[in-house]
Design a protein around this ligand. Structure first.
Ligand code: ADP
Length: 376
């Protein structure tokens, strides 16, 4: 076993961005991912070509690595538990992940530790459906949802019934629709010594349940920042997390903060840290996992806006000329994940624009300028 190898379950863009920083920390990444053209494969030291929920493949990964971490939570927890008993070092631990993998269980866990969440219930019988009186409501697949896939905003009972039936009536998370004024997010990391660092709170903009852009830092009252910091610290402390988590939140018009979702890994809302912070979320994950020193990251500029480059057609194009046009904008960094296939809604890359203090108020307009080049 080589002490400097970190195994990563998942080989998408998050692992790809982790793989870029690994050599600077004297670490090597081995990824477990199903496709040989997944982004991280080209940069990884070694690859286990297998599904992320293939426990036998993770056993092979464990034989090559000192620690195993995650870029994807669609894992088979039970299969991994037998490996943990054989002293495979998962960071975060499987105990920290266990309450978070299912959206209903995650909500129940957050409530049990006193964190504020939207009102929710488990939809598992007709009676649950008939008990709903206030619409709209939000219906969510309990597992394997991402980028709004598996999340449905439902306007009335007929639509609720039809949507549930379409999925053949599995248990699903049913929750109040939160008429938020802003969506916020924060990254929080904790190491094995119990040191916790919290990144700046950011504002995220979703369209049709998919994140389009992120503004860092969020323009919110100090009380909001403090409360979110408290939520972040409470969560990683209770779970004894070693690693980094993303937390998505709603801010309501009566200034309440509600936790929407926890991502037990790096997160799209933290991509701005690559260019705008002295320690990116990917470096922070590796530092906590490999017991390297951590410190509170600092913004290198007054702020930043991160815009996702989402697929808008089925194609094999590489969009080089659009990327070049965007890259010529001032203080702009284009990150292209090298995916060989574009599909509508697929994350193909992202752009970060660093902002001076006088440009902060233009963040939305700058995001729209980039989108008008990308989607033109
Ligand atoms: P995913 O895991 O697919 O990202 P989320 O639960 O984060 O799903 O939902 C995606 C988006 O849908 C959120 O960012 C938000 O814009 C919207 N959304 C989700 N839940 C609610 C809710 N309870 N009330 C209002 N909007 C919601």
């Amino acid at each position: 076993m080589k002490s400097k190898q970190v195994g990563v379950i998942g080989g998408g863009q998050l692992a790809w961005m982790m793989a870029k920083i690994a050599p600077h920390l004297d670490l090597e990444l081995v990824v477990q991912t199903p496709q040989s053209d997944d982004p991280a494969v080209a940069l990884a030291k070694d690859v286990i070509l297998a599904a992320v929920d293939d426990g036998a493949a993770t056993n092979k990964l464990a034989n090559l690595c000192h620690w195993i971490t995650f870029e994807n939570e669609f894992i088979d927890l039970e299969a991994l538990q037998s490996l943990a008993k054989q002293r495979v070092c998962f960071r975060p631990s499987l105990d920290a992940l266990a309450p978070l993998l299912d959206k209903y269980e995650q909500r129940s866990y957050l409530k049990s530790i006193g964190l504020p969440v939207p009102k929710f219930t488990n939809l598992s019988a007709i009676a649950d459906l008939e008990a709903v009186t206030d619409f709209p409501v939000v219906l969510k697949a309990r597992r394997h949802g991402y980028d709004g896939q598996g999340t449905f905003i439902i306007k009335d009972r007929a639509e609720l019934t039809a949507t549930w039936n379409r999925f053949q009536c599995p248990p699903m998370l049913l929750e109040e629709f939160v008429p938020f004024t802003k969506e916020l997010a924060v990254m929080v990391a904790r190491n094995a010594a119990g040191e916790i660092i919290v990144y700046p709170v950011v504002e995220t903009h979703q369209e049709n349940q998919v994140c389009h852009w992120v503004i860092a830092p969020a323009a919110v009252a100090e009380r909001v920042t403090q409360e979110i910091n408290h939520i972040a610290r409470t969560l990683v402390d209770k779970l004894q997390v070693v690693g980094i988590f993303g937390i998505e939140l709603f801010l309501t018009d009566d200034a309440r903060i509600l936790v929407n979702e926890i991502a037990p890994r790096t997160h799209n809302s933290g991509h701005y840290t690559l260019d705008a912070c002295d320690i990116s979320q990917f470096e922070m994950q590796l530092r906590t996992v490999a017991d390297l020193p951590i410190k509170t990251p600092k913004l290198k500029t007054a702020g930043a806006v991160m815009v996702n480059l989402l697929g808008y057609e089925n194609s094999h194009r590489d969009y080089q000329s659009k990327r070049d046009r965007i890259a010529r904008l001032p203080h702009t960094f284009v990150h292209w994940y090298g995916k060989t296939e574009s599909r509508p809604g697929r994350k193909l890359g992202h752009v970060t624009v660093l902002l001076s203090a006088s440009e902060l108020s233009r963040a939305n307009a700058i995001a729209k300028d980039i989108e008008s080049i990308w989607y033109e």
